[in-house]
Design a protein around this ligand. Structure first.
Ligand code: HEM
Length: 512
């Protein structure tokens, strides 16, 4: 009896040890990319630099492609890419084997039950998710969101003016003004006027929990898995919210209304993809994770940039004034005539990438690159912060210089998208984000002089921090024309009226 129970266990242990031995011998025979030893990393752990900055510093010693081993994931190293060439060679050109995601147990599997697109590993479900995202948010489809972007931007300008009147220091652009994601992801049924800051409710820690390092904890009886309860509670709350959004949109479609957003293509493919309603709701809510604070962060980065470089602001304003009159705001149609504004948008994204470390990819097959071995199952980080500071491509990388993008035919500059990630995982919301940023930059500079409240000569250390986009230093907005203020207030009334047509529905309603 004892033998009957023990035998399968012994067999499993033998097979596992054989596999582990084979893997180890492969790793030792092959040359992994160089990287800091465990001791170096421990000794360096005192420094409180952001991880993206630290990894960039190490890459200056170990090279543009580095490996890091940790005990919990031995045999599956973390590979860090820090140059444009390495990132494009591997994540873009070899996208067929570099496009998975590392296993994410707590957030991906327990909290989101495998429904969240950005955390999904390569496979059938990922392919379907991307089909929907690319259809709904691609170059042409993204243009259908422009009228909402226009209205939202007008309300943002109004509120910025009113906030300035109150004399309060504005630490950063507030979140409710980039909720287009709501529409893009699920539905038209939300109104920005009632939506709470999404990030507050969606700030679930997505990486690095104990169970992710020690999956063996999943073998404990479920009752003893203390981490499970909090994660599931959060997941259930979100599922309820997004399912409600989904149902409302579906009802509208059934009533014959035309509904913007990814829900329409997703419903069209529901049967073929074999998706349940809650699966669609979960998958379509993905832009919430990926798109809200990023877009807002870029708004703040732009403000910081022009506070540091007022000459950029003046040059841009001269360009805008020669194309757009005093009595009309810049619009999407002016984009072709405003190359310097388009260059500011790209340089803002390059200068302060909102997701400094990108979202980690994972390999699905062994690979060899320039004589270095990259095993299947490696986590691969494209350190966007380092890549956008690759001096081979971007000389003087800390300088905010939109000119580097003017008349530059190199595809890296012409179609700049390094800030949006790589290969098959590249951000599907990049066109929407760039459109929003274009409108924000052009209208802010058309309407205001952006003036620092205190003298700034160089970026503060906070402005240098890698991850995210730090709040700009204190500033005020000085309207450039007599009529600016009244125009903005009038446009906002119209925008508010237009947006009233969009049904409102809030997180608080859904989750109370
Ligand atoms: C300035 C704004 C934005 C930046 C800098 C940004 C950046 C990124 C980055 C770096 C990734 C990871 C790509 C990779 O794995 O290589 C990503 C993924 C993603 N982004 Fe964005 N993003 C922005 C705005 C948006 C918007 C507006 C949306 C939706 C409307 C969006 C939707 C997504 C989705 C769904 C993913 C996951 C893709 C996947 O895993 O396949 N993002 N984004």
């Amino acid at each position: 009896m004892v033998l009957a129970t023990a035998l399968p266990l012994i067999l499993c242990a033998l097979i596992a040890s054989k596999f582990i031995a084979a893997r180890f011998s492969l790793l030792f025979r092959q040359k992994l990319p160089p990287g800091p030893s465990t001791l170096t990393r421990i000794l360096d752990s005192q420094s409180n630099e952001p991880m993206a900055v630290k990894l960039r510093r190490w890459s200056q010693t170990y090279g543009g492609i580095m490996s890091i081993m940790d005990f919990a994931h031995f045999g599956e190293p973390t590979i860090v890419l820090s140059t444009v060439r390495a990132a494009l060679d591997l994540l873009d050109k070899k996208g067929s084997i570099y496009s998975s995601r590392p296993r994410n147990i707590l957030a991906g599997e327990i909290c989101y039950r495998g429904f969240k697109g950005p955390l999904q590993p390569a496979g059938d479900r990922f392919r379907k998710f991307r089909t929907i995202m690319n259809t709904a948010l691609g170059v042409e489809a993204s243009k259908s969101f422009r009228s909402i972007e226009d209205f939202e931007n007008k309300l943002l300008l109004r509120d910025l003016i009113l906030e300035d009147d109150s004399g309060k220091h504005r630490p950063c652009i507030r979140l409710p003004y980039v909720p287009l994601l709501v529409h893009a992801s699920i539905t038209w049924v939300q109104s920005i006027l009632h939506f709470p800051p999404a990030q507050k409710n969606f700030s679930f820690n997505t990486r690095g929990d104990l169970v992710d390092h020690f999956p063996i904890l999943l073998r404990l009886p479920k009752l003893l898995q203390w981490f499970r309860m909090k994660a599931r509670k959060q997941g259930e709350k979100e599922e309820r919210f997004f399912s409600d959004c989904f149902n409302r949109s579906k009802e509208a479609i059934d009533r014959g209304q035309s509904v913007l957003g990814a829900i329409t293509p997703a419903l069209g493919k529901q049967e073929r993809f074999g998706w349940s309603n809650s699966e669609i709701a979960g998958i379509l809510s993905s832009p919430y994770i990926a798109g809200v604070s990023t877009t807002r962060g870029s708004f703040d980065a732009f403000i910081s940039a022009v506070l540091l470089k007022p000459e950029v602001m003046k040059k841009a304003q001269a360009g805008i004034d020669s194309v757009v009159g005093d009595d009309t705001m810049p619009n999407f149609e002016d984009s072709h005539s405003l190359p310097y504004i388009r260059a500011i948008v790209k340089e803002t994204l390059r200068w302060r990438p909102p997701i400094a470390l990108g979202i980690a990819h994972a390999t699905t097959e062994d690979d060899v690159y320039e004589g270095m071995f990259i095993p299947a199952g490696s986590t691969v980080i494209g350190n966007i912060y380092a890549i956008t500071r690759d001096t081979e491509v971007f000389p003087e990388p800390e300088e905010f210089k939109p000119e580097r993008f003017i008349d530059n035919p190199d595809p890296i500059f012409k179609n700049y998208n390094l800030t949006f990630g790589f290969g098959r995982r590249i951000c599907p919301g990049q066109h929407i984000a760039s459109d929003q940023l274009f409108l924000f930059v052009s209208r802010m500079l058309w309407a205001f002089d952006i003036v620092p409240l205190e003298s700034i000569t160089k970026p503060s250390s906070q402005m240098h921090r890698g991850p995210g986009s730090p709040a700009p230093p204190p500033y005020k907005l000085v309207p450039r024309r007599e009529i600016t203020r009244s125009m903005i207030l009038e446009h906002a009334i119209d925008a508010e009226r237009e947006l009233e047509l969009w049904e409102s529905y809030s997180w608080d309603d859904a989750t109370k």
